[in-house]
Design a protein around this ligand. Structure first.
Ligand code: BYC
Ligand code: FE
Ligand code: FE
Length: 474
């Protein structure tokens, strides 16, 4: 189904047929644009950026590429095509027809899920707003802006649901999505990771690798929802999400590649020598991986969660790729879970699977995270070095759930608090590490040129050469 671009708000939901909704969204639109100008990428608003814009929701040929000034980006409302006779795929009402309207008893829970999802999208744009000034290349600058405009569109996607299905409450929530700000002392964003600054490009690559991947998993689980408009909205958002994670995976891969080149030139893997040479030594990269992975693991919520149990049983939020599983009701299933006993040991308990669904999802997320690690480690192995990058244990540095404040190593070993305090600077970026990374962040803006700490990508965007002028600065 193609998208109607003639309308003020591009859409494929026949907005012109629903005057009330159209008016509500047209009222919100200038607030969004004000937010974009005030809280979105600083400067660059008059630059021509080679962006992709969704023009259809068909899996093939859904996007069009061309030079666009960001404020002119056609943000709009696009739902994946309806699946005829779609049935509820999990929970206690499995097999019944999906809902086109929200059952009254689930209204507040669904609103909370949609608001939480919606809150992350503009939060990420705010976190990344200064990065343009230190871009390592025009290719990267374009990718940053591509991610930013699409997160802006994901906000539109959730605002559409709030306006269309939640009446006045929904309109108020939509305004609040523009009023909370990442890192704000009084009105912060809802979830932890979205209040962390993303002030250098190494963090940006890690964020798009780990945090956008949480987005993938949460969107997949909401795509299973019995509330069909939510499902269709999330299914289309997932099409855009793949590129965000691509930016992260290839970004980190390019950092590794460049560091290995310099290691070879110097004939050394000494971090001090590598820092003098102006690249990211691999132990430093490992600290950034530890930081962003552990932060993103918090986004799955507590290991034991009655919210997750109720959302699943009621058909609001499923597991990612629900069809992979055999049991879709989970009234009998159990899950063994480990928690710290407070004395340096572990408690193992068996809990109802329904209550463990956040943990189940976190586990599948971590498996997905391994894919990039394998690629980067292959690069290191081929270069003849023994070091291997790894993911931290899900018990390391948690700020949500059973492991909060526990002294656990990245390998998952519980150690005495004092030892933890002594060794934590080996595992997480220190002030000095961050200052060093910041010192590498110098803007490179000639077509085809790359900053010295990152290798060029293997190929450009949409079959264009890497040297293409992806952003025409004005
Ligand atoms: N930070 O039972 P619990 C994306 C709260 S990323 C702060 O443990 P539950 C994107 C929780 O809200 C995807 N608070 O967890 C990526 C609850 O509070 P209330 C975002 C947290 O409810 C990059 C209390 O703790 N989408 O799209 O089962 C760029 C107890 O909750 C945190 C979604 O998250 C935290 N980390 O699950 C751009 C999907 N964790 O209600 C975009 C929608 C938990 O008692 N959200 N809490 O006040 C959800 O499905 C669930 O809200 C969560 C939490 C998975 C986040
Ligand atoms: Fe998003
Ligand atoms: Fe994303």
């Amino acid at each position: 189904m193609t998208i109607d671009y003639a309308e003020k708000i591009p859409n494929n939901v026949n907005l012109s047929g629903d005057r009330t909704l159209q008016r509500a969204l047209e009222h919100w639109q200038p607030h969004f644009l004000e937010w974009w100008q005030g809280m979105g990428p600083t400067d660059f608003q008059n630059s021509d950026v080679y962006l992709r814009t969704a023009v259809s929701v068909d899996a093939e040929g859904w996007a069009q590429y061309g030079a666009v000034k960001m404020p002119d980006y056609r943000w709009g409302i696009f739902l994946a095509d309806a699946v005829p006779d779609r049935r509820i795929g999990f929970g206690d009402s499995m097999g019944q027809p999906v809902w086109q309207q929200i059952p009254g008893e689930y209204r507040s829970t669904l609103r909370r899920l949609i608001v939480t999802q919606g809150d992350t999208e503009p939060a990420s744009v705010e976190q990344q707003r200064l990065l343009g000034h230190t871009c390592p290349s025009l290719y990267d600058l374009r990718n940053l802006f591509q991610v930013n405009v699409e997160e802006g569109r994901h906000l539109w996607a959730m605002v559409y649901l709030l306006h269309a299905y939640f009446g006045r409450d929904g309109r108020e929530e939509a305004e609040e999505l523009l009023a909370r700000h990442s890192g704000d002392a009084d009105k912060p964003r809802i979830l932890t990771t979205f209040n962390e600054p993303v002030s250098d490009w190494l963090s940006f690559y890690c964020f798009t690798y780990f945090t956008d991947r949480d987005g993938k998993y949460q969107l997949k689980s909401l795509a299973e929802s019995s509330f069909d408009p939510l499902s269709r909205t999330c299914r289309f958002m997932l099409t855009e999400e793949a590129h965000h994670m691509f930016v992260g995976e290839t970004g980190i891969g390019r950092v590794v590649k460049r560091t290995l080149e310099v290691m070879k030139e110097l004939g050394s893997d000494d971090p001090a020598a590598l820092r003098r040479a102006g690249v990211v030594d691999l132990p430093l990269l490992q600290k950034y991986l530890n930081f962003w992975c552990s932060s993103s693991l918090d986004l799955f919520g507590s290991e034991i969660s009655s919210n997750a149990a109720a959302s699943f049983a009621n058909g609001l939020k499923g597991r990612p790729d629900e069809e992979r599983y055999e049991d879709h009701v989970l009234r009998e299933a159990k899950f063994r879970i480990e928690s710290p006993d407070g004395k340096g040991g572990l408690n193992t308990e068996e809990i109802p699977m329904l209550n463990a669904l956040n943990e189940v999802m976190r586990e599948s997320y971590l498996k997905d995270c391994e894919i990039g690690l394998k690629r980067w480690n292959r690069q290191i192995e081929r270069a003849g070095y023994d070091l291997r990058l790894s993911l931290p244990s899900p018990h390391f540095r948690r700020s949500i759930g059973a492991w909060v404040g526990q002294p656990v190593t990245p390998e998952g070993k519980i150690i005495p608090q004092q030892e933890y305090a002594r060794r934590v600077s080996d595992w997480l970026p220190t002030e000095a590490d961050r200052a060093y990374v910041q010192s590498l962040m110098q803007k490179v803006a000639q077509p085809g040129k790359m900053a010295a700490w990152v290798a060029a990508p293997d190929r450009g965007i949409n079959n264009l050469p890497v040297e293409y002028e992806y952003v025409h600065l004005s």
